[in-house]
Design a protein around this ligand. Sequence first.
Ligand code: SAM
Length: 283
Amino acid sequence: MTEYENRRVVGQVKEVTSLANPLVKDIKALALKKFRDSQNAFMAEGLKLIIDALDLGWQIRTLVFAKAGRGNPVVEKVAARTVAAGGTVLEVSEKVLSAITRRDNPQMVVGVFSQKYMALKDVRPKNGDVWVALDRVRDPGNLGTVLRTVDAVGAKGVILIGDTTDPFSLETVRATMGSVFAVPVARATPDTFLSWRKNFPGLVVGTHLKGAVDYRSVDFSNRPVLLLMGNEQQGLPDDLANGCDRLLRIPQAGRADSLNLAVATGVMLFEIRRGALTLEDRS
Ligand code: SAM
C-alpha cells in the first residue's frame, strides 16, 4: 500500500461526492464574505499556488482535489504536507470541485487557508522600501492586480484604507495570481492611517488628477516611499490628500479623464522602483 493509500485507510483523506456533504457546504460558503470573516478563512485554486503558499508559511486547513489527481506524486506530496500541518484532505468529484469554485473547468486542486493581515503598527519601512496605500478600493480585479504588481516590483506591501473590497475574495485571489501569499496586507481607518503616517520615516506621495507635480520629476531613491492611491470613483478625499508630502500626476493625452486605478498604480510603482529593477537573465 502506498503512503497515500494508507492515509485513505486511516481517514486522513476523505472521499466526497455529495454536494450536501457538510465539509463541502462549508467550503462553498467561503464565497460569501460573511463566512470568510466568521471562519477567518479563504480559498485559493491551483497546485503551484498552493505549494507556494505552504512554502511561505500560510496555514492550510483543507486541501480539495479532483479524483483525477489521485496517483499524481505532486498532489500526493501536497496532501501529505496538508495532513502534517493538521489539515484535512478531500478527494472530490469534478461536480463538487466545480460547485466549490463556481467554474465549469475548475483547477484540479483547491486549498482553504487561514486569513492573515499585518498589523499597521508593525509596518516600519526602511530606506528603499515602498508601500502602497489604497483608499476604499472597490474592484476585486483592481486590488488583485495591484497586489500582483506590488509583488512584481518588489514593493513591501499594501495598506487598505477604509471600507474596501476583500483581499481574500475568490475574484481578488484569482487576480493576484498567487501574489496574495507574497504581499503583506494591513488595514486602517482613515484616522488610524493618518496618525500612523505622521511617523512615516520617508516620502508620502499621493496621486491625484489635480496633482501639480509630474511623477517623473521626483527623486524616490534612498528613502522609504509610501504611494497613496485614490478610490476608483471619487479619487483621494481631502483629508488623505492633505496628508501627503506631494500630490503627483501622470500626464495624459487623448480623451480619457483618468487611468484605471491598477494601471496608475503600476505606472507609479515602476517609476518609484526604476533604479531597483534590472532585467534578470531568463535564457
Ligand atoms: N474620478 C476619479 C477622480 O476624480 O479622481 C478618478 C479616479 S482614478 C480612476 C483612480 C485613481 O487612480 C485616482 O484616485 C488616482 O490615485 C489614480 N490616477 C488615475 N489616473 C491618474 C493620473 N493621470 N494621474 C495621477 N493619478 C491618477
